[in-house]
Write a protein that binds this ligand. Structure first.
Ligand SMILES: [Ca+2]
Length: 265
């Protein structure tokens, strides 16, 4: 009889995890990753880079800021410049993203987004939004674009009109339960969104549905060879489709780095 009871107890213990373990289970720690340089390419040191995205068929879309200098242009795979479009000198350009048949270009404090033909970059429409615009990326699977504004929030917007999707609400980005402010340039990759943290050399990978940071990526190993100006920080992250690699650059950086994110040790 006693043997029978012992067996039943052992089976019960196997079936249900010990209570102590279950109640202490903490959320998974964010992975610690490092940006490892695979290739360095020449980049335009006059670009105050605010948005970076790989264009269909190769090359990059680059969105730049600063009053009187803001534009969006195509950098071909061979490094030559293709189509380019400037905006009014009183506007300060910010993030860009391609949505199917149009490309969005945000402005910082003007609440205006330019809708452009992705090939010619000609303006084909405008949208207006509340507050500031910093970074933007398109989540095709979710049918939304995410917009950062320098806070810890990512706003969910309609990809065609940039109207806020109030029924979905904004997502608060947290790491170990604490808000992560300064979210800047964005890159959507499947269910993840990558964000530069303003003024730092860190990038975070965020679960786009929950807002939880799932990895913190140290990009401090990338040489910043821009002129000595506190504005010239890491900014610009573009996923290379079909790979685990990314392009990274910064404001007025003369270099573009092709990197992979590897476990830090
Ligand atoms: Ca990007």
């Amino acid at each position: 009889m006693r043997q029978h009871l012992e067996r039943a107890l052992a089976a019960a213990l196997l079936l249900s995890p010990p209570l102590a373990l279950a109640s202490c289970a903490s959320p998974a720690e964010p992975e610690r990753l490092t940006a490892v340089v695979r290739e360095r390419l020449d980049f335009d040191p006059s670009s105050f880079t605010q948005g970076l995205e790989v264009a269909p068929g190769g090359g990059l879309y680059v969105g730049t800021g600063m009053w009187g200098e803001s534009r969006v242009y195509v950098r071909g795979e061979d490094g030559t410049e293709g189509a380019s479009a400037s905006i009014s000198p009183e506007l300060f350009g910010e993030g860009i993203t391609l949505v199917d048949d149009h490309l969005w270009q945000l402005t910082w404090q003007d609440g205006t987004a330019f809708k452009r033909d992705p090939r010619t970059l000609d303006e084909i429409g405008r949208a207006h939004y509340r507050g500031e615009g910093w970074g933007i990326c398109y989540r095709e699977d979710a049918g939304e674009v995410l917009l950062s504004d320098g806070t810890s929030r990512l706003r969910r917007m309609d990809p065609d009109t940039l109207e806020e999707l109030d029924d979905r609400g904004a997502v608060e980005v947290t790491e170990d339960g604490e808000p992560v402010a300064g979210l800047n340039e964005l890159e959507c990759v499947g269910g993840d969104v990558y964000a530069n943290i303003f003024t730092t050399t860190d990038i975070v990978r965020i679960d786009a549905d929950t807002g939880k940071v799932t990895a913190r990526i140290d990009a401090s190993g990338l040489a910043n060879r821009a002129g000595a100006d506190p504005d010239n920080v890491l900014n610009g992250i573009a996923h290379i489709p079909g790979s685990d690699e990314f392009y990274l650059t910064g404001k007025r950086w003369p270099d573009l780095y092709r990197v992979s994110f590897e476990p830090a040790d």
